[in-house]
Design a binder for this molecule. Structure first.
Ligand code: 5AD
Ligand code: SF4
Length: 454
């Protein structure tokens, strides 16, 4: 029996992929371990979205060489693996397997193959003794237009809230984004397979699911649209909460708003990436909507669901962003007042169309940093105001796990994190929790009432 340790970087899709990888490995007799120390196989599932994400992985692979010298096989999977390919094999001390996101069914075979080629050192290594030189690793890259991992039983981390991938890849070509080049074109899963998976989760007592896709609302399959799928998922017996991420503002239709508003299980929470508050920037980003169109959709949502929690993604210092364009983003943040926001400084990704925009109009790094800082400050102040206004409310919290500093941790319907004291038996159940204080980004609560079984 081989022990496998998986470490995940990046977005929810990657977390979900790691759960698929764990499922594929488990089927072939690998046993999961939660630390690299005693692993025969170490997998680092990576993100390529920003340079910073990749640098962290390189640093981590360097640290993990300690275990590789003692015989563990190191595999780098995911978006960065697909982007860098062969060139990763020799990085950070060495990697044995590089595998892109469409090849995970081959994981057990390829891991066994590279492990067989490795020379195991006599342990322990004496001081000054070098580990044997290892043979060159393997690379498995490329896209498979039919690979949706249908039939793979994901080995999920949480028994409370489950990621359900419904789409892989992306058909948009936002000019900053590496995703289409590392995950390929959009592929949508069969609705019956999705519904079967959700029903099985519900039968297992999982009360919350989050539907995942790069542009999740563009999902369609054999005459089914995303609103229809969302409605059917929301109506599965036992499913109490449904979320989805991330929708693209295009194709965010009134019909979808209607399903969100009328299906009680669909959480009144929406992550709708805007990226910029200025039309010129949006155009250079090839986002295919205007600020006005975006704001109109926010209005629909708020009209239909007053009090809905909103979040977004923003990139500052996109090539050519003028101060005026940046100010428009600040203004949009002040106008919408997001409950949460993921704010980034543009990171140049090789091979993306934005790298070909006029070089002399690229935003200097210090300017980008200052813009990001100011935007974060602005957002945090708004967020703190919104959170403080919620103190005193009693919210239905789905209890997810023990908190980092003791107690319990869960989320409200609007996806806000609450920690509070209570018995661990509540994990997996809903509880009424009074919000008693806030850090400005999370809440501390008091158990008001533990509710019946989920
Ligand atoms: N630089 C900075 N941020 C980026 N994102 C995507 N590509 C880049 C990039 N090259 C951000 C977008 C996206 C989120 C997941 O990451 O805001 O919505
Ligand atoms: Fe997720 Fe995109 Fe990062 Fe890949 S590159 S892990 S799809 S955020």
């Amino acid at each position: 029996m081989k022990r496998a340790y998986i470490e995940t970087y990046g977005c929810q899709m990657n977390i979900s992929d790691s759960e698929l990888m764990a499922g594929i490995l488990a089927e072939q007799g690998f046993v999961a371990t939660d630390k690299p120390d005693d692993a025969d196989v170490i997998l680092v599932n990576t993100c390529a979205i920003r340079d910073h994400a990749e640098q962290r992985v390189i640093g981590r692979v360097g640290q993990l060489q300690e275990f590789r010298r003692q015989g563990a096989v190191i595999g780098v999977t995911g978006c960065m693996a697909q982007r860098m390919g062969d060139s990763l094999l020799g990085r950070a001390g060495g990697v044995d397997l590089v595998m892109g996101p469409d090849a995970y069914r081959q994981l057990p075979d390829k891991l066994t193959e590279v492990a067989g080629k490795r020379t195991r050192p006599a342990l322990p290594l004496a001081f000054g003794q070098h580990a044997p030189q290892q043979p060159r690793g393997l690379t498995v890259l490329g896209f498979d237009p039919h690979e949706n991992y249908e039939g793979v039983a994901a080995k999920r981390i949480s028994r409370v809230s489950a990621w359900v991938p419904i789409q892989r890849g992306c058909n948009y070509r936002c000019t900053y984004c590496i995703v289409p080049y590392v995950r390929g074109d959009e592929k949508n899963r069969d609705p019956q397979a999705i519904l079967d998976e959700v029903r099985a989760l519900a039968a297992d007592g999982v009360p919350e699911v989050t539907l995942l896709g790069q542009t999740v609302n563009s999902w369609e399959h054999g005459g089914w649209s995303f609103p229809r799928l969302l409605r059917e998922v929301a109506r599965v017996d036992g499913i109490r909460r449904v979320r989805f991420t991330s929708p693209h503002p295009n194709g965010f239709t009134r019909e979808l708003v209607e399903v969100m508003a009328t299906e009680p299980a669909v959480c009144k929470q929406l992550h709708l990436p805007v990226q910029s508050g200025h039309n010129r920037t949006l155009k250079r980003m090839l986002r295919r909507y205007t600020v006005e169109e975006y704001l109109e959709k926010i209005e629909w949502v708020r009209e239909a669901m007053p009090g809905i929690a909103l979040s977004t993604d923003v990139i500052v210092a996109f090539p050519g962003e003028t101060d005026e364009e940046y100010q428009a983003t600040l203004e949009l943040m002040r106008a919408v007042r997001y409950d949460d926001a993921f704010l980034y400084k543009y990171s140049e990704r090789d091979g993306t169309p934005a790298t070909r925009l006029p070089r002399d109009q690229f935003v200097p790094d210090e300017v980008g940093k200052a813009r990001l800082e100011r935007l974060i400050e602005t957002h945090r102040a708004i967020q703190a105001e919104l959170y403080h206004a919620e103190v005193g409310r009693v919210e239905e919290v789905l209890v997810e796990k023990e908190g980092r500093r003791g107690g319990l941790q869960g989320r409200t319907e609007s996806n806000k994190v609450v920690t509070f004291d209570g018995p661990v038996e509540l994990i997996g159940y809903f509880a009424e929790v009074k919000l008693v204080s806030t850090s400005g980004a999370t809440f501390v609560g008091e158990l008001a009432h533990a509710m019946a079984a989920a």
